[in-house]
Design a protein around this ligand. Structure first.
Ligand code: SF4
Ligand code: FE
Length: 508
């Protein structure tokens, strides 16, 4: 525990240890995480067909930082050391930082067409930083100092952190302390002089198998009986006692043959590559513990993390929608339908929805405020509205894309048939579009649209960063209904007394 990660990498003074995508990929080969997929152990995540696309998508976050054109967006100056760091390890110091993050995520969405995973740890780092400061102020603890020491190493070595929040939750009608199986939420099972031992699991962990470190956070507000569940700590991904189980995705068998045209997005995965992380009595030394029993701060931590992450979706998903809009527009051209007025109208609607979504991401960042620690937090109401819009607009954009593309995206024969002596000529003949375009090109674009509108990709848009109902609860809670009632009463000439407070709260 607490040992160096990727320590074989020579570090030049003042330069991030992992400087580009290739070095990131190489650093993963130095780690030995215990990862299972379809019942088998994955030896090398960078080469296994199920995980390699996700590694490449995350590598893009490293690659961009080394390109002059994107340096301004992809890097930042650490407020802790003054050194140049990846923006994905930065604590937002002002509104400009919040907006640059949004712009960066859109570019990455456009370049990968998928989830590049690194934002979860980024948001976790920012949420923990601001909350550790407040816990220390109240309880006289030294979490902030520990966290800063850990964070400086993450920044200098340019490591990828998986933000681990979602617990299995067992019986949803009960909280952590009332579960018949107490391990349904990650908890401390033993307290020692030099640290704690934790047990439990985190589910749906985006980018977990190709991260260097895990940042564990509680998943919900906690009452006093749940002290053992109020644990925030960091653990190396290959620490003893950790097992990862990588999830299946629609079409994952196709990825065993990346050179085929049936894959859709050959280089990058469908979504983030989600995994279960199980903790079977994992020891965490004190210097890696950033909350330990302060139940009254669990709610704020979850809330801040969620707000940061919900703000992202109006950017990364907009990047995906840009790709989808481009894909159907090109398909329409090569099918000879691009000039149809209804096609132009649908493409216009797709652009309109994408830009509307993006504007809520920018808006919640522009309206950000400093927390007591100095770290900036997005406007939480607008961030919830942003993510709620994703659960509608991305689906509407996918619907329009499917509409424009036509049924062939669901019925195309595979490349094996195209190449078959027996039926290849039939596929060639009946899946062609306008004469000068090779049939393979039409199939490739069709597969891209299929990959970006189908099952797994869309589920992520619905439930990632919290299911729609989670945002609706926050929208109602922060809706300032009492103030709105007051406005209405004043205009209608109704005296101010009486019921000013709306049912269910509504005061910010
Ligand atoms: Fe980042 Fe979007 Fe993936 Fe979340 S879904 S980790 S915000 S790219
Ligand atoms: Fe996500």
């Amino acid at each position: 525990m607490g040992r160096e990660v990727a320590s074989n990498f020579p570090k030049k003074e003042g330069i991030m240890k992992l400087r580009n995508g290739a070095e990131y990929i190489e650093s993963l080969r130095q780690l030995r995480p215990r990862i299972y997929y379809k019942g088998q152990m994955i030896e090398d995540v960078t080469r296994h067909p199920a995980t390699a696309p996700h590694v490449r998508a995350a590598a893009m976050t490293y690659a961009l930082a080394s390109k002059t054109k994107y340096k301004e967006l992809a890097t930042a100056t650490s407020h802790l050391t003054g050194r140049t760091i990846s923006r994905f390890t930065h604590i937002h110091q002002n509104i400009e930082d919040l907006i640059k993050k949004i712009k960066l995520l859109r570019v990455l969405g456009q370049k990968t067409g998928t989830c590049f995973q690194r934002c979860v740890g980024f948001d976790g780092i920012n949420a923990v930083y601001s909350v550790a400061y407040e816990v220390d102020k109240k309880y006289g603890t030294d979490y902030m100092e520990r966290f800063k020491q850990w964070l400086i190493r993450i920044q200098d070595d340019n490591l990828m952190v998986v933000g681990a929040m979602t617990d299995p939750k067992g019986d949803r009608s009960k909280g952590p302390a009332d579960q018949s199986d107490p391990d349904q939420y990650v908890r401390v099972v033993e307290r020692r002089e030099d640290g704690v031992v934790i047990r439990g699991a985190k589910l749906h962990m985006t980018g977990a198998v190709n991260s260097h470190e895990i940042l564990i956070m509680p998943t919900t507000a906690l009452d006093e009986r749940s002290r053992d569940y109020a644990i925030v700590c960091a653990i190396p991904i290959d620490a003893p006692g950790i097992t990862l189980i990588f999830g299946r995705q629609a079409g994952d068998d196709r990825r065993d043959h990346l050179e085929r045209i049936d894959v859709g997005k050959p280089r990058f995965g469908v979504v983030g590559g989600e995994a279960v992380i199980a903790f079977e009595d994992v020891f965490v030394p004190n210097e890696r513990i950033f909350m330990n029993g302060e139940t009254d701060y669990a709610g704020s931590l979850v809330y801040r993390f969620a707000a940061h992450h919900r703000a992202n979706y109006g950017a990364c998903k907009t990047g995906l929608m840009d790709v989808l809009t481009g894909a159907v527009s090109y398909l329409a051209q090569i099918q000879g339908t691009a000039k149809g007025s209804h096609i132009r109208d649908k493409v216009t609607e797709m652009i309109h929805l994408s830009e509307t979504l993006y504007s809520s991401s920018i808006a919640c960042s522009a309206e950000g405020q400093p927390t007591p620690s100095g770290a900036y937090l997005v406007d939480t109401m607008l961030a919830n509205v942003c993510k709620q819009n994703v659960t509608r607009f991305h689906f509407e954009v996918a619907r329009l894309a499917t509409d424009i593309a036509g049924g062939f995206i669901a019925t195309m024969p595979s490349e094996y048939d195209l190449e078959s002596e027996a039926v290849g000529h039939l596929v060639e003949k009946y899946f062609s579009g306008v004469s000068e375009i090779p049939v393979k090109e039409r199939i490739k674009i069709g597969r891209l649209i299929e990959a970006m509108t189908g099952g797994t990709a869309m589920v992520e848009s619905m439930h990632g960063a919290g299911s729609p109902q989670a945002q609706r609860i926050m929208i109602f809670r922060e809706g300032r209904l009492a103030e709105k009632i007051k406005l209405a009463k004043a205009l209608a000439g109704i005296p101010g007394k009486g019921k000013g407070k709306a049912a269910g709260g509504g005061n910010k």
